[in-house]
Design a protein around this ligand. Sequence first.
Ligand code: FAD
Length: 498
Amino acid sequence: MTALSRTEPAPALVDALSAALSRERIRTDRAERLCYGYDATRLSAMPDVVVFPESAAEVAAVLRVANRLRIPVVPRGAGTGFVGGSVPVNGGIVLSLERMNRILEIDRDNLVARVQPGVITADLHRAVEAVGLFYPPDPSSSASCTLGGNAACAATGPRSVKYGGTRDYVLALDAVLPNGDILTNPSRAVKRVAGYDLARLLVGTEGTLGVITGLTLRLLPLPEAVRTLLVAFDDVTAAARAVSDTIARAVVPRACEFMDARSLELVRAHGGVEIPAAARALLVLEVDGSAAEVERDAARVAEVCRAAGAIEVRHAATADEARRVWAARKALSQAMYEVAPTKINEDVVVPRSRLPELVRAVDELATRHDLPIVCFGHAGEGNLHVNIMVDSADAGRMERAGRAVRELFETVVRLEGSVSGEHGIGLTKAAYLPIEVGPLGLDVMRRIKQAFDPLGVLNPGKILPGGEAPGNGPVDELAGDPAGDPADARSGAAVPRR
Ligand SMILES: Cc1cc2nc3c(=O)[nH]c(=O)nc-3n(C[C@H](O)[C@H](O)[C@H](O)COP(=O)(O)OP(=O)(O)OC[C@H]3O[C@@H](n4cnc5c(N)ncnc54)[C@H](O)[C@@H]3O)c2cc1C
């Protein structure tokens, strides 16, 4: 392979790309490359080139160049990922989908939307809601993440407890394969049994098997009414138990979010929402449906939560109050930095009936390793964001945090859960994937990767542990974002460096 300079792009690469894309869509200056080298982990690495294709044909042309020169290509949506998936740890080409950002069609007869991958998720929400329709997947980053990134990460969000995640809404997709072949699927049927389900296979593969260039998404009618409830508990286990009790009563809320005592301190500091002083845990529950269904379900939820030991059940009186509750919940991810400068952010998931066990296990880990851990998340799905707050300059704490992460993952697998409910594996969790999938699972995944991408050009080093970039060139040190902490959001110290 051509050994590329890590500080200056290789002229041969730029020349080859210029034959495929207009020069204006190839960026080589250092500042611009830096801006496309990080994600929400705050890990960053310098790509050699950033390209902005505007069509599947242009994406294909870039991949053909990459194959010929054996250069890594890293697809990028908005860079909001939490596992380093879009960080170009092996340099190469960052392929930004941001210019493929059109909503092509909202088909009201078939309840389908056709979109390009760079559409911002919240833009689709607004567009379909304006015509009385509903696109349920709503990652908390929806104001900035892209639909292509959502599909690549199989993103979910607060509403997934009732409506499912992105995986459940992708009816068909178009993708460019690593060798530049373009896979298309014009079907907009709501069901299909036509051989292997390639769309489902590609969803959640984090840009390692293909670049998503078009999506056909399922829509629903917009629910008539929504009611938001805030339920406070003085005992964290009681809150966790109320979650499965509610669903066992055949009420599936459209959202069921959990916050622990430390999260509540941050919410109080954020302001805008009153939390009872005695509260040690909070559930934000939302029900939707017809006005009558909402009335009935809200009353049932309140009754179940009181029986489980809630100290206060409050119905958001106005849409504005509900909006403030969600704003406080969405602010939590960033508010964590008030606890410590480095966040090791895991998003483990267990069957919801085992949430109380998970909550107790996390508490025990915090005490045993003497680490502040802040927990919140999508409790209705048993999906908890476990944030171990540390300072990367403190070697002792980092070492203890690394052990806590491994023990956490072993615990969730024992509880019949998963090491990732929604953020994916990317770079930061690759070393831990074997804990869950075992050697055979890993071997099958490697064979799939090999079948799609024999040269290993597409997003190397992601998902599969020990992933090699083509060419074995020297790797960049992962440099910290000047504004942040390079160790942020890592799974302990497990970021692979080649
Ligand atoms: C504050 C905050 C809150 C969040 N809340 C949630 C949440 O509630 N639920 C949730 O699931 N996630 C959440 N996330 C994580 C993140 O927003 C999602 O994973 C999102 O789907 C990433 O989209 P993106 O466009 O930013 O993708 P990027 O970060 O750019 O990329 C993510 C991965 O997808 C690949 N990729 C991107 N676009 C394509 C494409 N077109 N084709 C192939 N591969 C592609 C990249 O190579 C990378 O591996 C949150 C993140 C933040 C910062």
